[in-house]
Design a binder for this molecule. Structure first.
Ligand SMILES: [Zn+2]
Length: 230
């Protein structure tokens, strides 16, 4: 059977299962791992490229523009962090099946509507796809595809199953893919192994505590009766 999406997908997107979720996960970026974060505009562009949310040619233009306007570029990063926080709150409410909070929704819509006038349908490899018109040097466009994908994700009538990694110190989000309903961790090779190691050390610690108590008991029993204070 032919693959639905023959393009190679970035590992962070593959593991998160959706661009909206991958974007929210950047708040908990891990070093030396698949998960990239961003604190600068070039890092934000690099993330969008890796997440397939920005073509290389557009990224190049934005890099040049950011070099010429560093303060404007950093302002876009601050906006990105704000809208990511809003999106994280919305996804958290979806995850908990609670009513969507109004303020984060308004903040998300504010950024979404900035990019929407530039949205276009353009020919893609498998028919029509979303593309972007407007000024190619607009620094905000780095976020537009991610915001549109996030809106589509939240507007899905039957939202895909959103999960949070079962390892509490991780907390990354991911979307369950069909046939993976038993998946507990964002990445089994990382958090799955850490969870197993934690379980092992907890068990080992308990056994050592039990053994210590038993040894102390043995020690007291072996001491001459007159030295025992018990
Ligand atoms: Zn995890």
């Amino acid at each position: 059977m032919a693959k639905k999406n023959p393009r190679p997908r970035g590992p962070q997107l593959e593991l998160a299962g959706d661009l909206a979720v991958a974007f929210v996960n950047t708040a908990r970026a891990r070093k030396k791992n698949w998960q990239l974060g961003f604190t600068t505009y070039p890092e934000l562009v690099a993330w969008a490229q890796q997440a397939e949310a920005l073509p290389a040619m557009e990224a190049e233009i934005l890099h040049q523009e950011a070099s010429a306007r560093p303060e404007d570029a950093q302002f876009v990063v601050e906006q990105a962090i704000e809208v990511r926080t809003a999106l994280a709150e919305l996804l958290d409410a979806m995850l908990r099946q609670q009513p969507l909070p109004a303020d984060p929704l308004a903040r998300f819509n504010q950024s979404l509507t900035e990019g929407l006038p530039a949205a276009r349908m353009v020919p893609g490899s498998t028919g029509l796809t979303w593309g972007w018109g407007g000024d190619p040097r607009a620094l905000e466009r780095v976020l537009w595809p991610t915001l549109l994908a996030s809106a589509n994700f939240m507007a899905t009538p039957q939202p895909p199953e959103l999960r949070r990694c079962a390892l509490p110190i991780c907390g990354l989000l991911f979307v369950l893919q069909p046939g993976t309903h038993k998946r507990q961790w964002c990445e089994s090779k990382v958090c799955g192994n850490r969870a197993k190691a934690l379980r092992y050390y907890r068990r080992k610690g308990r056994k050592m505590r039990e053994r210590k108590t038993w040894n102390i008991g043995l020690y007291y029993n072996r001491r001459p009766r007159d030295q025992q204070k018990l």
